[in-house]
Design a protein around this ligand. Structure first.
Ligand code: 13P
Ligand code: SF4
Length: 304
């Protein structure tokens, strides 16, 4: 089916359903362009909590759609591709986390939003890369902190706050592959370029960056910077957003194949199918949902 036909159908169906289409910055360009709101995980969680729409079509990965359902249980939340997961989120389970909590009974438990509802239900507060530092600062200074599942984001927060944290051994298999050598090579080729990376990259890469930010933070940084060239250490889909918002600036992707395959599973056809067949509906059983909601509500109360 032609893209024009699919785009017309998606628009028509959106009105019929009273739906809103949310898309993460890593989604393919045609999905970002058809979405009502494109954002980072924090912005999208806020939108999901606040929208008046009856149906939320979430173009992202499973934990994002699940967070939308936790926050808006009365809405229908659709994830167009059920296989779209996050390998990092799968690196921690509720059972394993409960074992760790027994080892450190006095610790506060902070989870990255890239976790399942079951894991969130075991945590005191959630965070995204936008607000992680402020979330950790909100915890009493003398209380130990367990942080799951991203050891790279955890190490970055430790560096920013000076807090000692018990870090889970997880990481994003996409961001964790970025090497210092790759960034140094690019810097040699483009000496005027500023290096801006996501906190999921390894600490030795974050150490040489001019700025470490969430995706929304990178966009803001680039927009406000007088520099013209940037080396970007995050997933390639984000370059679409950067180029759209800053057409006069030049961006160099940190590595050639900087792709999250899960983020690329959704396309115009699967989005149209999802809206036609009302698939795949995300459900989160009680009492997991209510417990997970506490962690997300506490997070949303804290500024980025
Ligand atoms: P953001 O919070 O920056 O949107 O990142 C989400 C994510 O999955 C990064 O890999
Ligand atoms: Fe998960 Fe990494 Fe993909 Fe983000 S980029 S969704 S953390 S696998």
């Amino acid at each position: 089916m032609s893209n024009k036909y699919l785009l017309d159908y998606i628009e028509r169906r959106k009105q019929e359903l009273n739906a809103v289409i949310l898309a993460h910055f890593y989604q393919p360009p045609e999905i970002q362009d058809v979405a009502d709101i494109v954002g980072d995980s924090l912005q999208l969680a806020r939108q999901a909590a606040e929208t008046d729409a009856q149906v939320i079509v979430f173009c992202g990965v499973h934990f994002m759609a699940e967070s939308a359902k936790i926050l808006s249980p009365d809405k229908t939340v659709l994830l167009p591709e059920l296989q779209a997961g996050c390998p990092m989120a799968d690196m921690v389970t509720a059972d394993k986390l409960r074992e760790m909590k027994q080892q450190y009974p006095d610790a506060a438990v902070v989870c990255y939003v890239n976790t399942s509802a079951e894991v969130k239900a075991e945590c005191d507060i959630s965070c995204t890369s936008s607000n992680a530092v402020n979330v950790v600062k909100s915890i009493p200074a003398d209380q130990p902190i367990i942080f799951v599942p991203d050891r790279n984001l955890g190490a970055y927060i430790q560096g920013q706050t000076g807090r000692q944290m018990i870090l889970w051994e997880g990481c994003c298999p996409i961001h964790d592959q970025l090497t210092r050598l790759e960034i140094e090579d690019l810097k040699k080729q483009h000496p005027e370029a500023l290096i801006v990376v996501h906190p999921e990259v390894p600490p030795e890469v974050a150490d040489i960056a001019d700025a470490v930010r969430s995706t929304a933070g990178i966009l803001k940084y680039v927009q406000n910077s007088p520099a013209q060239e940037f080396i970007i250490g995050t997933e390639e889909g984000f370059l679409h957003t950067l180029q759209k918002n800053c057409p006069d600036k030049t961006f160099y992707l940190g590595r050639k194949e900087f792709i999250c395959p899960d983020m690329k599973l959704i396309n115009l056809q699967s989005l149209a199918d999802s809206m036609e067949k009302m698939q795949y509906q995300i459900e989160v059983p009680e009492p997991i949902r209510s417990k997970a909601r506490i962690a997300l509500d506490r997070m949303l109360a804290i500024a980025p």
